[in-house]
Design a protein around this ligand. Structure first.
Ligand code: UDP
Ligand code: MG
Length: 318
């Protein structure tokens, strides 16, 4: 039977945490009764530098409930890093983890389905939001626009999937090989390449407390999502430079025509041509430099070049 850990990042969640722990406990009882997970499965709460009673609540429940584990970060490191801290610690304890926000807005009944998918051989199971009606209007539209922009910029990620997902121990071990520090899990996990599937996730409203993701933080995550995975914006600058040079060719022809016809005002021809030519060369220069910086950026990430799924050989194991 699978030993599972749920990983929940918590930042100032004192208002919702007690109810979340009891809802998760209920779910665990249900899954243990159904023999989906082992009785020693865990709930891991990562306190991401909260300034309220979040850590005290985790400590209290840890004493009363052997299933509750806590990880206390020294300061607020952000949602993605908090999840990563939880996963990298818990991967040594369990067979699989499910990451779920502490407010439990995601569909708890999707978790047993994730376990069933794991049993079928899927090592990554994404919760995909099928209905966002519980999300505020601004959040819904900005999130969907963000997924589309990401796709246009060439970032491979699962549409309408946030950070509600199951990862097998093997997937976690492979994720640990990624050496980068700008972590955007929704982009990283598809790179692992293990068999994956999705389950439906019906979002509900926050029971209490408030969202920690204001517009500023959402924009930051969106920017990270694109700049950590795509150098397409740099290529777009280069292409614009080339386009400007082509336009300056046509302007050159127009200028010569105006000079011959005598309709040009003195000084205009040299001015207009140099604006387009110099503009084009500057953009091209910036773009080409950008492409080299993009290559350096990809090099310094030290991402693994490949992950081996299996090896067939008569050689002794390494
Ligand atoms: N969170 C975190 N660190 C932060 C901000 C948020 O660990 O700096 C946690 C938060 O406690 C919650 C999850 O990330 O468990 C998602 O945050 P929230 O529910 O506020 O975002 P929303 O659901 O509104 O997008
Ligand atoms: Mg939330």
């Amino acid at each position: 039977m699978i030993r599972l850990a749920t990983i929940s990042p918590c930042y100032n969640e004192e208002e919702v945490l007690v109810s979340s722990i009891s809802r998760l406990t209920e779910l665990f009882e249900q899954m243990i009764a159904q023999k989906l997970i082992s009785a020693d499965s865990l709930m891991v709460f990562v306190n991401d530098g909260s300034c309220d009673r979040t850590w005290d609540i985790i400590c209290q429940h840890h004493v009363q409930n052997p299933r509750v584990c806590g990880i206390n970060l020294t300061r607020n490191c952000g949602h993605q890093n908090a999840i990563m801290a939880g996963m990298m610690t818990a991967r040594h304890w369990v067979d699989a983890v499910v990451t779920i926000d502490a407010d439990l807005q995601d569909d708890l009944q999707a978790i047993p389905q994730m376990i069933t998918s794991l049993e079928k051989g899927y090592e990554v199971v994404y919760g995909v939001k099928v209905s966002r009606t519980a999300d505020p209007l601004l959040k819904r539209y900005s999130a969907e626009a963000f997924y589309k922009l990401q796709y246009a910029m060439g970032v491979e990620s699962v549409f309408n999937h946030a950070d509600f997902r199951l990862l097998s121990r093997r997937a976690l071990d492979l994720l640990a090989e990624y050496g980068e520090s700008n972590i955007y899990l929704r982009g990283l996990i598809p790179l692992i390449g293990l068999p994956s599937t999705t389950v439906d996730d019906v979002i509900s409203e926050r029971v209490s407390g408030h969202s920690k993701y204001n517009l500023n933080r959402m924009a930051g995550l969106a920017l990270d999502g694109i700049t950590s995975f795509s150098v397409k914006p740099l290529y777009l600058v280069t292409y614009t430079g080339v386009l400007f040079l082509i336009i300056s060719l046509f302007i050159g022809i127009y200028v010569i025509h105006a000079l011959i016809a005598g309709t040009a005002v003195p000084g205009w021809a040299s001015l207009i041509l140099s604006i387009w030519l110099v503009g084009g060369f500057v953009l091209l220069g910036v773009g080409v430099t950008g492409i080299y910086i993009g290559k350096i950026y990809q090099e310094v990430k030290h991402r693994p070049l490949y992950h081996i799924k299996e090896v067939l050989s008569h050689e002794p194991a390494l």
